[in-house]
Ligand binder design. Structure first.
Ligand code: NAD
Length: 484
């Protein structure tokens, strides 16, 4: 299926940290695929800016190698790669000093959209904003894209928001959460608000509970030192899972417009109840023959940082009163799965014999693997054996339903970077949303830190600590199986 390509205005996209892991693995491959699809106008340029002492030719070589590694062979057409690399320039720059800034100022054009992508560590976000301002290369046609983590707690997020606000309007600040760029996440809104079928049932009267899972198979690996100061709550729940929760639980916005959507998401965060410690399970992975344990990765023998967390949340409003939301995320788990499961209630009365069985409908929104959705519906088991009810999935895997292979489902970064150029902030977090999320997160972290709660050890390749299963079992529910 050929997707529609909407042209964008000419731009200069400046990638600070243009030689780093994220730039090489995600940002530049995403830009290449947009170039391949014909969306990059003739006068669009990409400028890598980083500490390495390179010239533009050296940078093109580096990115050529990255494309070889991170773009599928099918999408790598030699002439197109060559033409794309010609659009790249490079400036060696020090984000905290003065080196390179004059060169960058000479290179960027005043009359086109300028998008500055902060693909650097969070300590450099504020210095970069200051340097851009001092060097006079901001202005109304400019935007900044800020990577995660956006703060470490409420105070640091507020301080960063305040610094950015000195130099940029909120409409120029794009706080990126790549989960929001996933096709399925946008489809969650299309399904909820583009159909009559779901929204009337989308409330506590008909929905028993919601599960949101982001499970990874990888460990913290070499990032142990960094991760130990963060943990699953800060690294995943405060941002990614919170955003998924908001989109699932929010009221219908009056239109699909950045502030209308973000206003509704903000209301969800503000309606989150404080979480009781008995509704939180934290874990740390043990080691096995393949990899060391979390403690060994973190190099802190006394670390109480969690590599896994599961929690039960309540949203205090009319729509969700009595419907819990269960969240879980962790590393070194059985499968790499990101999904939202909406479990409906069983019909209020069964007209069938007791041995026919009963089932509840279930909508699963899969972010990975195989982006798509399926809806479990109850039908009669085929055959002459009387009325027995079974569940069958109505499956809409995008790859099958839309005739696309996995390669063609646009990567989240493709969509989000083009939204920056188009000036559309709908899928980016607003400053007040980030602060509200930290306001909810901080007391929970303070609680377990004060109590000195230790995370439970869990075996790699499992669904986390046993207690996480119990979190649902004690409510008469169960997590959807984590299938590799
Ligand atoms: P990285 O360490 O691989 O790259 C850092 C980049 O910053 C390099 O290009 C380096 O030259 C540049 N840099 C460092 N100090 C500099 C200075 N003083 N002046 C100019 N440039 C300087 O880091 P990364 O993994 O690419 O991550 C970048 C950002 O993206 C981080 O905030 C990270 O949290 C975030 N992020 C990364 C990933 C990922 O998968 N790597 C995913 C999500 C978010």
């Amino acid at each position: 299926m050929v997707s529609r390509v909407i042209p964008v205005e000419p731009f200069d996209l400046i990638i600070f940290g243009g030689t780093g892991d994220l730039a090489r693995r995600k940002v530049l491959p995403a830009l290449y695929r947009r170039f391949l699809s014909g969306q990059m106008p003739e006068k669009a340029r990409i400028i890598g800016a980083a500490r390495s002492d390179l010239d533009s030719a050296g940078y093109r070589k580096l990115i050529g190698a990255a494309l070889k590694e991170f773009v599928s062979e099918k999408a790598r057409k030699p002439d197109t790669v060559k033409a794309f690399l010609k659009r790249l320039e490079y400036v060696s720059i020090d984000a905290t000093g003065t080196d390179g800034w004059q060169d960058l100022a000479k290179l960027v054009r005043a009359d086109v959209i300028k998008a500055y992508y902060f693909s650097v560590g969070p300590a450099l976000f504020a210095p970069l904003a200051e340097r851009l301002h001092e060097n006079g290369i901001t202005g109304s046609k400019c935007r900044i894209v800020v990577e995660k983590p956006f703060g470490h707690d409420l105070a640091s997020a507020r301080a960063l928001n305040d610094t950015l606000a000195k130099y940029f309007d909120e409409a120029q600040i794009y706080r990126i959460d790549h989960y929001l760029g996933k096709e399925t996440v946008q489809n969650l809104m299309a399904v909820r608000f583009g159909n009559i079928l779901f929204e009337p049932l989308w409330n506590a009267q008909y929905i028993d509970h919601v599960q949101i899972t982001v499970a990874e198979t990888v460990s913290v690996g070499g990032r142990g030192g960094y991760y130990d100061k963060s943990g699953a709550m800060r690294d995943m729940i405060q941002n990614h899972l919170m955003q998924l929760l908001c989109l699932t639980a929010m009221e219908p916005p009056s239109k699909f417009d950045p502030d209308a959507v973000r206003d509704e998401k903000l209301k969800v965060i503000r309606a989150l109840q404080p979480v009781d410690s008995s509704d939180i399970v934290r874990g740390q992975y043990a080691g096995d023959e393949d990899e060391p344990s979390y403690i060994e990765h973190s190099e802190n023998p006394d670390s109480i940082t969690e590599s896994f967390i599961a929690m039960k949340l309540h949203i205090a409003n009319w729509r969700w009163n009595g419907t819990p939301f269960y969240l879980r995320t962790g590393k070194r788990m059985r499968a790499r799965v990101s999904e939202i499961v909406v479990r409906f209630k069983e019909p209020p009365h069964s007209i069938f014999d007791a041995d026919a069985g009963t089932n509840a409908n279930q909508l699963t929104i899969r972010l990975q693997p195989n982006e798509g959705m399926d809806l479990l519906v109850t039908i009669k088991e085929p055959g002459p054996g009387g009325m027995r009810l079974i569940e069958v999935p109505l499956d809409m895997t995008f790859a099958d339903a839309l005739g696309q292979d996995d390669d063609e489902v646009a990567d989240a970064y493709e969509r989000l970077i083009m939204d920056v150029i188009r000036g559309n902030q709908t899928l980016f977090m607003r400053g007040d949303e980030v602060e509200a999320a930290w306001s909810w997160t901080d007391p929970i972290i303070e609680g377990w830190t004060k109590r000195g709660d230790k995370p439970k050890l869990y075996e790699p390749g499992t669904a986390g600590p046993e207690d996480a299963l119990m979190l649902l079992h004690k409510d008469g529910r169960r997590w959807r199986d984590l299938k590799p």
